[in-house]
Each structure stands twice: as C-alpha cells, then as structure tokens.
Design a protein around this ligand. Sequence first.
Ligand code: UD1
Length: 337
Amino acid sequence: MKILVAGGAGYIGTHTCVSLLQSGHQVIVVDSLANSRIENIQRVQDITGKRVEFIESDVRDRASLNAIFSKNRIDAVINFAGHKAVGDSVNKPLDYYDNNLNCAISLLECMVSNNVKVMVFSSSAAVYAQSAEPPITENTRTEPMSPYGRTKLYIEEMLRDVSRADKSWKVVILRYFNPVGAHPSGLIGEQSTGVPSNLLPTITRVAAGDQEMLNVFGNDYDTRDGTAIRDYIHVMDLARGHVQAIQKLEALSEGRVLTVNLGTGKGYSVLEILKTFETVCGRKVPFNCVNRREGDMACCYADPGLAKVELDWESELGMDEMCKDAWNWQVQSIHLS
Ligand code: UD1
C-alpha cells in the first residue's frame, strides 16, 4: 500500500516508517520538521535500503496536502502530527489545541476531498482517567489530565463523528502506553529538545554523565517497592503495531472505528528499570528518592488482549532490549549529532 505518514520524521513516526517499508509498503512522509530533523529520513532509508518520499510542510497547510493527494494514489494515512510533551501542554495549552486539532482537521478535510477514508491515528494512554484501576482496557473511563491528553481524546471523538456521518470511513485508533527504546541500529531514536523529563531518557543521560543523578519521584507508593509502575513498550513493537493496524484496515468493516491499546500488559517499577538498565548496560545510575511528581499515578499498565484478538499483535521485546537499545541510541546519537 502507499501510505501517507503525517509527522513521520519524529520518534514513533520514523520507527513506523522502517517497519512499513520492511513490510513492503511505500511511504510518503509529510512533516514540518518543527520537532524533528531531516537526517532522520535519510537514516530510515539507510536502515531499510528503500526510498522515502519526503515533503517538508505543515500538515495544516491544505494546499500542500492536497497537492500530495492529487499526485499520488494514497491508500491510507497514519497521523502522528502533533506536539507530545505532556508537561509543556499544561503551560502552552493553546499551542497544543491549535497544532494537534488543526493538523487532524486539515488531514481529514483533505482526505475527504481526495476520497481517501482510511486512517490510523496515534493516540495515547493519557486519555484514560488517572484513578482507573489497572489493567486498563479500552473500555476504561477516559478523563485526560492534561491538555495533551485532551487533544488526543478530542481527535478520537472527531474520528468517531466523521465515521458516524460517513460510513465509508475505516479508522484504527492506537492508544500507546509508555514508548521507549530505539531502533537497534542506533541510527534513529527519540530526540529530546532540552532536558528530557521521561524516565528512560533521563536514565541514559545520567548513565552518560550528562546529569548527576536520577530523581526517583516517590518511593512511598502502594507498589511492590514503593516506586511507581508503568507499562513500557519498545518503540519497534509499537511500530509493528501500526503495520498490523494497516493490514487490519483492509478487512475492517466500513464505518467501524477500532480503538486498541498498545502496551505489553506488564508493569515495571522505576527501581526495576533502573536495576535492569544497570545490569544490561553495565553502567551505574546514581539515584536519589525525592517527593512524588504532581499528577503521577501509582500504577498503570494495559490489558493488551484486544490487540491480540483484533490486530494479531502482541509485544515481543522485553525490558532488557528496551534498556539496551535506549542506551545504544544515547551513545550513538552523540556521534550522529
Ligand atoms: C507520560 C505520559 C504518556 C507518555 C509518556 C511518554 C501522562 C499521563 N502520560 O507518561 O502519555 O506516553 O509520558 O512520553 O502524562 N520518573 C522518575 N524520575 C524521572 C522521570 C520519571 O522517577 O526523572 C517516574 C515518574 O514518576 C513515573 C515513571 O517514572 O512514575 C514514568 O515517567 P515518564 O517517563 O515521565 O512517563 P509517564 O509520566 O508515565
């Protein structure tokens, strides 16, 4: 299939492009490069030995999008376009609403104009209520805590409304848990702008000596070792989930919106990751237990059962690979930048 990947130069987008190309699909990336780099596209080509057509443009630019649709017979669209830093969204809500919602509206309008009504949307476990008891199923109550999470939920609802109004749409919504790691080549990975706030990028930074200590946010949670538990998922597993979703779309009945969690179903505590990282990577990570971070919950992991049934997908890579590939990326990215 020929797939338009909006926001395809970013972290999850580049890994998904690798998986799509390796599965025999053709890929056209449209990305403004506001939060990513053009070199990423070359690296996707280097990894796969296949060509990526790249258009530098803001997805909100309808003229440019329409030109892409009219020049190509696009079979499906994957939408990664949007800002994704949860903390940042609290400080700059309008940026998030403007960018994330308008990218989605622009894409959907151009898709309608060009009669392409097949989409995979990149959503997040951030749509679920913080008070929800794990394992989180797709029917767990939604109540996002942040503007970022709300943009994801609103776009989901937009897709459901669009599909209700026109039954020829086929949509898969993927709700990611905590994506981590990188392609094993170390050529692509997550490029944080500024100091990272997520756990694994912070661990690799401390291990590299760029930061003195890891602050462990809270060791008094009601969990097995007192630290908070999350469902970390290797970005290559996540990428494969998109390929499965694309395949599933062909068989999906029209007008159906399929919403699926992508997680491993296994929870790891902060200290468990730290120990795994030290063992796998042979590096010490000094840490310090500090107060809980505001807004964090004790424990969150997916029920990944529906992904198995609907997408024939389950995670394959464990915490060892997540740590190894995150570290490899940290080491390589110093040479690449
Ligand atoms: C957040 C987002 C999620 C997003 C993910 C990765 C929410 C509800 N979820 O998840 O949508 O996919 O980021 O971008 O906002 N921790 C430390 N020390 C650190 C950093 C983190 O102890 O320096 C702890 C946190 O307290 C938390 C765990 O590590 O318990 C994971 O944190 P983080 O990587 O930031 O992800 P989430 O907040 O779970």
